[in-house]
Design a protein around this ligand. Structure first.
Ligand code: SAM
Length: 202
């Protein structure tokens, strides 16, 4: 699997990448920050060891459907198919990533069990997934949360690399190579009302 330039960075620098993503998350409200190509999240790879741990944490079984939102070079989907015998669909807005993911699936011999679609993750179909996996910014997860709640069932597992789903309670937390991984399952209680919603409507 071809590595992105970030994969060649010294280990210490790579270990800081989630922190860098946090920083970007904080800056995301700044209109000047642009990841290019309409992307909501920059491309940062999950290491193969962490990918394996995510899929293990989610308890992926043979023939289950894994949906990978913001799939990058397809490594989560390809590993789900190649190592766990699952079927997987990856969505990414960047055409280069989709082309790379298809090449990687072909090289791993799993192109019949995987597909990669150039589509905005906010519009990607997730209802059939047994597992939804992602490595996204907190602000993006926040926007995704209502769809996760309304479109997924109680048997679907959701696994997030580095960033929790705010206000939800993880079923399990795991650690790998200094990264924190969060596993969720529905139902999740609704977030407590904010201070404004406590004010009676006029
Ligand atoms: C942090 S990378 C994660 C890549 C891969 N899942 C991994 O863990 O190695 C986030 C990915 O989301 C993609 N992305 C950003 N905004 C998107 C959007 N609105 N819809 C679909 N993909 C998006 C980027 O192109 C990038 O590949």
């Amino acid at each position: 699997m071809k590595s992105h330039p970030s994969a060649g960075l010294p280990h210490a620098l790579c270990a800081c990448l989630p922190l860098a993503l946090c920083y970007l998350a904080a800056c995301r409200s700044e209109p000047a920050l642009d990841f290019g190509r309409g992307l909501d999240v920059p491309y940062v790879q999950t290491s193969p060891t962490v990918v394996h741990k995510m899929l293990e944490l989610a308890g992926v079984h043979k023939n289950e459907l894994v949906v990978d939102l913001g799939c990058g070079d397809g490594r989560i989907a390809v590993a789900a198919a190649a190592q766990f015998g699952a079927r997987a669909v990856g969505y990414d807005l960047d055409p280069e990533r989709i082309a790379e993911a298809r090449r990687n699936a072909h090289a791993a011999g799993v192109d019949s069990r995987t597909s990669f679609v150039r589509q905005d993750l906010f519009a990607a179909p997730i209802g059939q997934a047994n597992v939804v996996a992602f490595f996204l910014l907190p602000s993006v997860i926040e926007r995704l949360r209502p769809r996760l709640r309304s479109e997924l069932g109680s048997t679907t597992r959701i696994v997030s690399h580095s960033f929790p789903i705010r206000t939800w309670t993880p079923e399990k937390i795991a650690h790998s190579e200094g990264r924190t991984l969060y596993l969720y399952r529905l139902p999740q209680s609704l977030p407590p009302p904010g201070p404004l919603s406590a004010v009676p409507a006029p």
